[in-house]
Design a protein around this ligand. Structure first.
Ligand code: UDP
Length: 473
């Protein structure tokens, strides 16, 4: 009988990270049936503990262990630096992670291939060391952002520190074009521990046995090859695009909404719909929502708009249950009723896969980028938080795979993007023979080729599986 090889996944608590980790687990299990995979699930740092059992039960091949909940960090600290607080919150799970492995994984273990930790979970490398097993990093964003973090560490060693918004543009090996300071992620300027937290993560990436990146070289050729400048880096495996082709919403059932949205899309002509959706934390002020509404009406296109308003709580948590009539321009709903579908949560992947969709106004979260590339839908860039400004910059300037609307927009500023600017970018993306559209179709084909036999991602996963099995103890 073949000996089982145990692998433990530790994702950052948060839907995007969890879904991506499940996709990685499914892939590894498909590629080698010796693997036995356990995913350790932490309570989200913000909000209450959620019951995910029914969602997890749709993946019977994976074992999920929900770790005992730890108290959420206080809001005033989150407001100072989300990155620092999340990193500390994750680190406070170290003992619980070790306990779960010792009690539930080790007792029936033939061979242990190690821990796969997410970008915010580098503190768990200590647990792997204590257990005497290897650790791998699963980087759920792209090679560009990974390269940026590695650059941060080199720059710091040469005397660099937090960026100032007045700094000149930077030459960063993973990007072809000089990077304007205003597209750097907010943590790069943060003197309350945000910069330091990511610097520490970037340094620790190098302690792992391998770095798995959710990308493929045909998407980011320059960024992927630039990683070879770091000679102290472990082997990098490009394992993407790892996408869940079935929209996930583990927290609640959305079947009824799903059916309505898909039925509406079925009734629209091919490539006629502008789709707007801004990730798990994307939301806007009422004035900004009004400008978007004016732009959409002006553009004359049909649209499917996932609307979330900034909540009134201190964190501005997105709110979905909105009275559209109260906040959108007077008469907007009546005038656009034949062309519009407004909703909160959307089954984004299925929407992007639908032939009616012509372009995607997106916050440029990495999962959203991979999904839109896979389905060949051009993006209009509207970054909001995390590393999205850098993603938008890379997609527009380096890769020419997105239409530029905003590169430097960010949550928490008073900037209002005017209707004209939005309408102009949307019209450009909807153009029948637009350059960006053609390029996206080309990379879309490549994204499908890379994951099958003969493709680069497929080969990279094979090498990873071999390394994991050989390295198991
Ligand atoms: N998503 C979705 N419906 C929504 C919003 C988001 O299905 O209304 C999914 C989207 O398809 C993607 C993920 O949630 O898989 C968001 O990940 P991304 O990295 O793009 O952004 P994040 O939410 O992490 O900022």
């Amino acid at each position: 009988m073949k000996k089982k090889v145990e692998l433990v996944m530790i994702p950052t608590p948060g839907i995007g990270h969890l879904v991506s980790t499940i996709e990685l687990s499914k892939l590894l299990l498909e590629r080698d049936d010796r693997f036995c995979i356990t995913v350790l699930v932490m309570k989200p740092a913000i909000g209450p503990a959620t019951d995910n059992q029914s969602y997890f039960s749709s993946f019977p091949q994976i074992r999920f262990i929900q770790l005992p909940p730890i108290e959420s960090p206080p809001t005033h600290l989150l407001l100072k630096s989300v990155e620092k607080v999340i990193s500390l919150y994750v680190a406070s799970y170290k003992d619980l992670v070790k306990e779960a492995i010792v009690n539930h994984v080790l007792p029936n273990c033939d061979r242990f291939a190690g821990l796969v930790v997410d970008m915010f979970c580098t503190s768990m490398i200590d647990v792997a060391e204590e257990l005497g097993v290897p650790s791998y990093l699963y980087f759920t964003s792209g090679a560009g952002f990974l390269g940026f973090l590695l650059h941060l560490s080199t720059r710091h060693d040469q005397g660099g520190t937090e960026f100032e918004i007045s700094d000149p543009e930077s030459l960063i090996p993973c990007y072809i074009n000089p990077v304007p300071t205003d597209v750097l992620p907010s943590f790069a300027f943060n003197k309350e521990g945000g910069y330091a937290a990511f610097l520490n993560h970037a340094r620790r990436f190098k302690e792992t046995k391998g770095i798995l990146v959710n990308t493929f070289p045909e998407l980011e050729p320059h960024a992927v090859s630039s990683l070879s400048v770091y000679n102290d880096l472990p082997k990098v495996y490009t394992v993407g695009p790892l996408i869940s082709h079935k929209s996930q919403s583990p927290w609640q059932s959305h079947q009824e909404k799903y059916d309505k949205i898909m039925k509406w899309l079925d009734d629209q002509p091919p490539s006629s719909v502008v789709f707007l959706c801004f990730g798990s934390w994307g939301c806007f002020s009422e004035s900004q929502l009004k400008e978007i509404a004016i732009a959409l009406e002006k553009s004359g296109h049909r649209f499917l708009w996932s609307i979330r308003a900034a909540g009134k709580d201190e964190l501005g948590t997105p709110v979905e249950n909105i009275n559209y009539g109260e906040i959108l321009p007077e008469g907007f709903l009546e005038r656009t009723q034949d062309k519009a579908f407004l909703c909160g949560w959307t089954p984004q992947v299925e929407v992007l896969a639908h032939k009616a969709v012509g372009c995607f106004v997106s916050h440029c979260g990495w999962n959203s980028i991979l999904e839109s590339v896979w389905y060949g839908v051009p993006i209009v860039t509207w970054p909001i938080y995390a590393e999205q400004q850098l993603n938008a910059f890379q997609m527009v300037k380096d890769l020419r795979l997105a239409v530029e609307m905003k590169l430097d927009y960010r949550r928490g500023t008073d900037t209002i993007v005017k209707a004209d600017e939005i309408a102009k970018a949307v019209s450009c993306a909807m153009e029948e023979d637009g350059e960006v559209k053609k390029k996206v179709k080309d990379v879309s084909e490549k994204s499908r080729e890379t994951v099958v036999e003969g493709g680069s991602s497929c080969a990279s996963v094979r090498m990873l599986v071999e390394a994991m099995v050989e390295g198991s103890t």
